[in-house]
Design a protein around this ligand. Structure first.
Ligand SMILES: [Zn+2]
Length: 254
């Protein structure tokens, strides 16, 4: 069988970007003999049976997801270690410093209105903000890493209800945004719109991205490549320290 014929068959195997599948070889029919992997849009295949000639590599055009990952600077995540969410937690209301912290970052309303689950992890001394399958924890200690993430948060953390999304870097800022009716704060948990987050944005009618005023023009053009409909707003102030009126004026300017 020629390389081109093999490729045609291998391309029908539903292997996802960043994944390796071991399947029944479609050429020698050996069960669990053919390994197929896809990375950066490149397909590799190889049959473990010595008598089988199935083997090849194809670096055709990058598929859409590989392109998006590339644009958003995220390598396909494969074996990234996942830190489990702390199992022992208590209500933030049992721990005054946790409530003080939430007050200081305008996140109490989001918590009280149940727009986000927030708890305190005593062993870690961290305030946990929960997303779908994970959480981010803000340390209340003066030393050590300020933020840690637990579990998996490919969608970022969405706070609030409405048709308009405001993309922000961190979760307290997303909580602060959610105080405004109709606005959903989406914490990117970084400065890039990953492909996972991008997928969650279809349901919104308007998208804003709030970046630090020092954001590079490169960062902005990367965003525009990902979605031209995103309205970028630059601000010198931290959203989580602003009143709702101040947040509105950041979003409505420009
Ligand atoms: Zn084979």
């Amino acid at each position: 069988m020629t390389y081109a014929q093999q490729l045609k068959i291998v391309q029908t195997i539903p292997v996802q970007e960043g994944e390796t599948l071991v399947v029944t070889c479609p050429f020698c029919y050996g069960p669990k003999k053919l390994a197929v992997s896809k990375s950066g849009g490149k397909i590799l295949w190889y049959c473990y049976r010595a008598s089988c000639e199935a083997k090849g590599a194809y670096s055709g055009r990058r598929n859409q997801k590989a392109v998006r990952d590339y644009l958003s600077n995220t390598a396909p995540t494969k074996n990234k270690p996942v830190k489990p969410i702390p199992s022992i937690t208590t209500s933030v209301e049992n721990h005054p410093p946790a409530m003080e912290y939430l007050h200081s970052v305008n996140s109490v309303e989001a918590y009280k209105n149940k727009l986000i689950n927030i708890r305190y992890a005593p062993a870690e001394d961290r305030v946990l903000f929960y997303g779908n399958n994970g959480a981010v924890g803000r340390s209340l200690r003066r030393f050590g890493p300020k933020w840690l993430s637990y579990g998996e948060l490919p969608d970022g953390i969405h706070v609030g209800t409405g048709d308009i999304a405001v993309l922000v870097e961190d979760t307290p800022s997303a909580c602060a945004v959610s105080r405004l009716d109709g606005l959903v704060g989406v914490a990117l948990l970084g400065t890039t719109i990953t492909s996972g987050i991008k997928k969650t944005l279809n349901k919104f009618t308007k998208l804003y991205l709030v970046l630090d005023k020092d954001a590079s023009s490169k960062a902005i053009s990367e965003v525009m490549k990902i979605d031209r409909s995103i309205r970028v707003r630059l601000t010198g102030s931290d959203l989580k320290s602003l009143s709702t009126n101040q947040i509105l004026s950041v979003i409505n300017k420009g």
